[in-house]
Design a protein around this ligand. Structure first.
Ligand code: XLS
Ligand code: NI
Ligand code: NI
Length: 437
């Protein structure tokens, strides 16, 4: 097979001064930050579905992408060739992980049996390519939303056969993820949600989703798959209410149904903003509760209200992400998957490189800025001051569990008034962050 990107050399780190836009200006995978090389901080992954299956179609028109390696028909042979293109791309880019849905990598057959066989035939090539390049699978997943059989959902479908079909598909997807040495497996709700409460038995659907996830955990155990399971929150789209709404909602679901030992969060930026949160909020929420797993890095558009899945280039965003990720001890075995697509108007193969390079550089800058802020300890110092009243006296005594309403009433009756508050200094803090950016 001829090279798919013949004019593109391996993307190298050339430093901030370089004018070469097919080079990294900030991402130097070997640069050590807080005791770890950048490549280990990020564990960047390419999303197979957007980068190798995205056609650029939108509700107003068909695809625009020029992809010379795509044949007219979606055959297994074409899928195998495409897999080689994907590894050429990832190797040239210098990314060490990828993520896929079963139906991204291999065409769906006429029967389940044929689909399984198609998948196996492509997985063979993926495995060879992984061995050839050392690139690994960050997580696998199953597409339980494209086929019309899943129009009402998969695990939460009112049609029990749709549930059964989805189970068969996820069983196989976990098996091939294991076969490929995948370090994780993700559940994103697809069409698990509702369009209308008049036709929906919500309690029954929650129970079914939980039963489905328990079956996945049981099957992983049965076959010896030890990768991390992730649950990916998204509040809406395609349904008007997705059951995996946001991190808080997902954790509540996992707790209710006894799944907390097996599943962590895979948090996506554009999903956070659709839920009315910031990405920083979602990472903090998951981190504080011990559920920070992996990241789907992208960004929305402030003027568009849907999941536009753009590549992240905003240094404020990546700084906030990296501050929180460092705070909670990093992502591994998770990573940063670019669940992002080039714009419909950016239709040439080289745009795939520009897009990923930009995202990787934006995260590298975010990491360096976050590390500098942490090194100076300015946020820690201001937090320590703000919560100073908890360090000694009555605060320390409350935190130690030694006080009650009665003892606190006695304390306040004697003291008469609470000590004066100190300023929140929000503007100062925002100015300080700007001095680092
Ligand atoms: C869609 C989701 C999807 C998951 C994987 O909005 O982000 O891409 O990451 O199924
Ligand atoms: Ni995603
Ligand atoms: Ni998304």
């Amino acid at each position: 097979m001829a090279a798919a990107f013949p004019d593109i050399e391996k993307i190298r780190f050339e430093g901030p001064q370089s004018k070469n836009m097919l080079a990294f200006h900030h991402y130097d995978e070997n640069e050590v930050v807080e005791g770890k090389p950048m490549r280990e901080h990020f564990r960047f992954a390419v999303a197979y579905w957007h980068t190798f299956r995205g056609q650029g179609a939108d509700p107003f028109g068909p695809g625009t992408m020029i992809r010379p390696w795509e044949a007219a028909e979606d055959t297994v042979k074409n899928a195998q060739d495409r897999a080689k293109v994907a590894f050429e791309f990832m190797q040239k880019l210098g990314v060490h992980f990828y993520c896929f849905h079963d139906r991204d990598v291999a065409p769906e057959g006429k029967t389940l049996k044929e689909s399984h066989k198609n998948l196996d035939d492509v997985v063979k090539v993926l495995k060879e390519e992984q061995e050839r390049t050392g690139i690994k699978l960050l997580w696998g997943t199953a597409n339980l939303f494209s086929n019309p059989r899943y129009m009402h959902g998969a695990a939460t479908s009112p049609n029990a056969d749709a549930f059964a079909y989805a189970a068969a598909q996820v069983k196989k997807a976990i098996e091939v993820t294991k076969e490929l040495g995948g370090v994780g497996y993700t559940f994103w709700g697809g069409r698990e949600g509702y369009q209308n409460l008049w036709n929906t038995d919500i309690k029954r659907e929650f129970d079914h989703l939980a039963a489905f996830m328990h079956m996945a955990v049981d099957h992983a155990k049965a076959i010896g798959f030890t990768g991390q399971f992730y649950f990916e929150p998204k509040p809406k789209e395609p349904t008007k209410h997705q059951y995996d709404f946001d991190v808080a909602n997902c954790i509540n679901f996992l707790r209710t149904y006894g799944l907390t030992d097996h599943v962590k969060m895979n948090i996506e930026t554009n999903h956070a903003t659709l839920a009315g949160h910031s990405m920083q909020h979602e990472i903090e929420y998951a981190g504080a509760q011990g559920f920070l797993g992996s990241i789907d890095a992208n960004t929305g558009d402030a003027l568009l209200g849907w999941d536009t899945d753009q590549f992240p280039t905003d240094i404020y965003l990546t700084t906030a992400c990296m501050l929180s990720i460092l705070k909670y001890g990093g992502l591994a075995p998770g990573g940063i998957n670019f669940d992002a697509k080039v714009r419909r108007e950016s239709f040439e193969p080289v745009d795939l490189f520009y897009a990923h390079i930009g995202g990787m550089d934006a995260f590298a800058r975010g990491l360096k800025i976050a590390a500098a802020i942490r090194k100076d300890g300015i946020l820690d110092k201001m937090l320590a001051e703000r919560y100073g009243s908890w360090g000694t006296g009555i605060g320390a005594s409350i935190e130690a569990g030694k006080e009650s309403f009665a003892s606190l009433e006695k304390y306040m009756l004697e003291k008469g008034e609470a000590q004066a508050n100190i300023s929140g200094r929000q503007e100062l803090l925002e100015n300080i962050i700007n001095t680092y950016i």
